[in-house]
Ligand binder design. Structure first.
Ligand code: PLP
Length: 365
């Protein structure tokens, strides 16, 4: 039986009646933007991650731009960001007026480290974006110890835990995406920013609503980037189930390990002290493309998300040119996401593993 790359519908099936009931309430209530569900979700999500403040926004990309601006990032500043990440992590920087400076990552965890960040710091560095890639949790405290504020890009890490707390509670601020395929996804676009102190959170609220503190006077050129009531209502139904789904994602990774996948390819390695709610399960192998072709031929999902790293993308040429990131280039060439979802069974993991084993045996023979 073919195993899909991800399954957004399966985990939601038991919640169908409750989701429809909450959606109906919103339709009947008549408030559709920034209403009681958004207020309640902001409180519930802040409590879940262990942050003092949470603010709903329209998506995870706007969230990064708004959070950076709220942290004081602007023209003349540099923001350090990994190149091995989703493009939006870096795309969100130029709209603040600052420029991206790309750094490398750890080959086993896929995340930035204090060492890789340090190599990219200059006197103009105003902030570092620590991406919790694939659900792993970057070492935020070690990076802050370099003396630079950290914005967590936690778009892929809802449900993960670390010794220092959950993603979203580790840096000056953090951003989340609720795109449907993320660990916590709504039925459209959505996002949130969490913050440690009230000042940053207040500026986020001002920027998301046209740069106005009171919705009458417009002091700044902000944006229109709001979470709507339908999405917030859907997220409130799902949030209590996030930890259970995270357990399912970890169990799926365990199923692959028990099927012997680690003897065939490099498995992802959790950052020390962290329990990743794998958003994607990403393996590494020199023959990644041959493995992908074999999985595709068997009908199984697979995707090489970041074959061209961000610093080599055309739009980033003026900031990425001349940057040497050997680990990023190596990971870009060798990584491959294989099927993962909270309900993935041991049988499915064994089937995908067997397909990979056959592909590598054939390549050797
Ligand atoms: C998905 C994602 C984003 C952007 O979120 P959107 O809601 O799609 O705008 C940013 N960073 C990372 C690492 C992501 O995976």
């Amino acid at each position: 039986m073919p195993v899909p790359l991800f399954d957004t519908k399966g985990p939601l099936a038991p919640l169908r009646a409750e989701l429809l009931a909450r959606i109906t309430e919103v339709v009947d209530d008549g408030r559709y933007i920034l209403g009681p569900n958004v207020d309640a979700f902001e409180r519930e999500f802040a409590a879940y991650v262990g942050a003092d403040h949470a603010v709903g926004v329209a998506n995870g990309t706007d969230a990064i731009t708004i959070a950076l601006r709220a942290m004081g990032v602007g023209p003349g500043d540099e923001v350090v960001v990994p190149s091995f990440t989703f493009y939006a992590s870096a795309e969100a920087i130029p709209p603040t007026g600052a420029v991206p400076v790309f750094c490398d990552v750890d080959p086993d965890t896929f995340c930035v480290t204090a060492e890789t960040v340090k190599a990219a710091l200059t006197p103009r560095t105003k902030a570092v974006i620590a991406v919790h890639l694939f659900g792993n949790v970057a070492p935020v405290a070690e990076i802050e110890a370099l003396g630079v504020p950290v914005l967590e890009d936690a778009a892929q890490a809802a449900g993960s835990t670390s010794a220092g707390g959950r993603p979203g509670a580790l840096g000056t601020a953090a951003t989340f995406s609720f795109f449907p395929s993320k660990n916590l996804g709504c039925f459209g676009d959505g996002g949130a920013i969490t913050a440690r102190d009230a000042e940053v959170a207040d500026r986020v609220r001002m920027l998301r609503f046209h740069g106005s503190w009171d919705k009458v006077t417009y002091e700044h050129v902000g944006v229109n980037s709001r979470l709507d009531e339908l999405q917030a209502a859907v997220l409130r139904v799902q949030l209590p189930h996030l930890d259970g789904w995270a357990d399912g994602r970890r169990a799926a990774g365990q199923h692959y390990a028990e099927a012997g996948l680690g003897e065939l390819v490099q498995l992802p390695v959790p950052v020390e002290g962290c329990a990743p709610a794998w958003h994607l399960y990403v393996i590494r192998h020199a023959q990644a493309d041959a493995i992908a072709a074999a999985l595709a031929a068997a009908g199984h999902g697979q995707k090489a998300y970041y074959r061209t790293p961000v610093h080599r993308q055309p739009a980033m040429a003026r900031w990425g040119a001349g940057t040497s990131l050997p680990v990023t280039d190596e990971l870009a060439a060798t990584h491959l996401a294989i099927p993962l979802n909270p309900l993935l069974t041991a049988e499915q993991a064994a089937e995908v593993t067997a397909t990979i084993r056959r592909a590598l045996d054939a390549g050797r023979g």
